[in-house]
Design a protein around this ligand. Structure first.
Ligand SMILES: [Zn+2]
Length: 291
């Protein structure tokens, strides 16, 4: 089981509305303003996937991703809010595209998909990262990082095909197109499998599949060792230029023994996104540390 805390991280649409209203009044270089960017982020090239040898880069860097990022501050403290809107497409009856899928009604799909935003928010807010950002004008400020996820019918950041394939299905091709594999196609699409026993959509047992995929929705890449795909971990370069290599590990973007997002390195694409938002608004960021 990976069911974590009972804290209610349910998305508050009014929070986003408030942040958007604040951002509308943001002034370049202002230390107590809210800034916003909605759209595509990255790739930064600061994350490099390694070959199965765990040493040599295989050419894959972090994914470009889609979302809305707010950076707000009162001058000393603040928040970095990452907002993701997901649209579910019912492909459970599309046996032409997905031969092993079993139909689920639209109403049942809606009920299942409603479990995803809280599951993703629990996993990604569990750690409570902080970004300590320094810039020439405002000095050092600490920002709490928060993730908010909602499902929508339009205006989505990600369009997700939902299939219902027991396990991985019999058509388990390595690219996963017709199988029960869940994946994200950067920067704004994906496929999720309701029939995977790790899904959060059934409210039973593990709920780490979609939180793992959410990591891809914010640009992260797989850390696990997968010899047929010539993957052997990821080398990260942080904004302060320090580096870390993570390969063949139990964390959420690896083999998922740990079901919530814990390592500081999982906040690195958000750190780069926050820096990009600040730099687009007149700041020269000189340091950023994830804590
Ligand atoms: Zn993955």
């Amino acid at each position: 089981m990976c069911n974590p805390t009972t804290v209610n991280y349910a998305a508050e649409a009014e929070d986003i509305t408030r942040l958007r209203n604040q951002a509308a009044n943001g002034r370049s270089g202002c230390c107590s303003c809210t800034f916003r960017k909605s759209g595509k982020f990255g790739p930064t090239g600061k994350l490099r996937q390694l070959r199965a040898d765990g040493v040599t880069p295989n050419g894959q860097t972090d994914n470009q991703w889609t979302g809305e990022v707010f950076v707000s501050s009162d001058g000393t403290r603040g928040e970095v809010t990452v907002y993701s809107r997901l649209k579910a497409i019912n492909k459970t009856a599309d046996t032409t595209m997905y031969p092993d899928t079993v139909a689920v009604s639209d109403a049942d799909l809606t009920a299942k998909v409603a479990r995803l935003p809280p599951a993703i928010e629990r996993a990604w807010n569990a750690r409570g990262w902080k970004l300590k950002i320094t810039d020439a004008k405002c000095g050092q400020r600490v920002f709490d990082v928060r993730f908010i996820v909602t499902t929508v019918d339009s205006g989505e950041h990600y369009k997700l095909d939902f299939v219902n394939v027991a396990g991985m299905g019999v058509n388990n091709d390595v690219r996963g197109i017709s199988s029960g594999r869940s994946y994200i196609l950067a920067p704004d699409r994906g496929k999720f499998n309701l029939g995977d026993d790790r899904t959060a959509t059934d409210n039973v047992g593990d709920e780490c599949l979609e939180p793992h995929e959410y990591g891809h929705m914010i640009g992260l890449i797989d850390e696990y060792r997968d010899v047929p795909m010539d993957r052997g971990g990821v080398k990260y370069e942080f904004p302060d230029r320090s580096t870390e290599t993570a390969a063949v590990n139990g964390e959420l973007m690896g083999s998922m023994t740990v079901k919530t997002a814990q390592p500081n390195r999982y906040c690195v694409t958000i750190a780069y996104a926050a820096i990009a938002v600040l730099e687009a608004n007149g700041f020269a960021v000189t340091d950023c540390v994830i804590e």
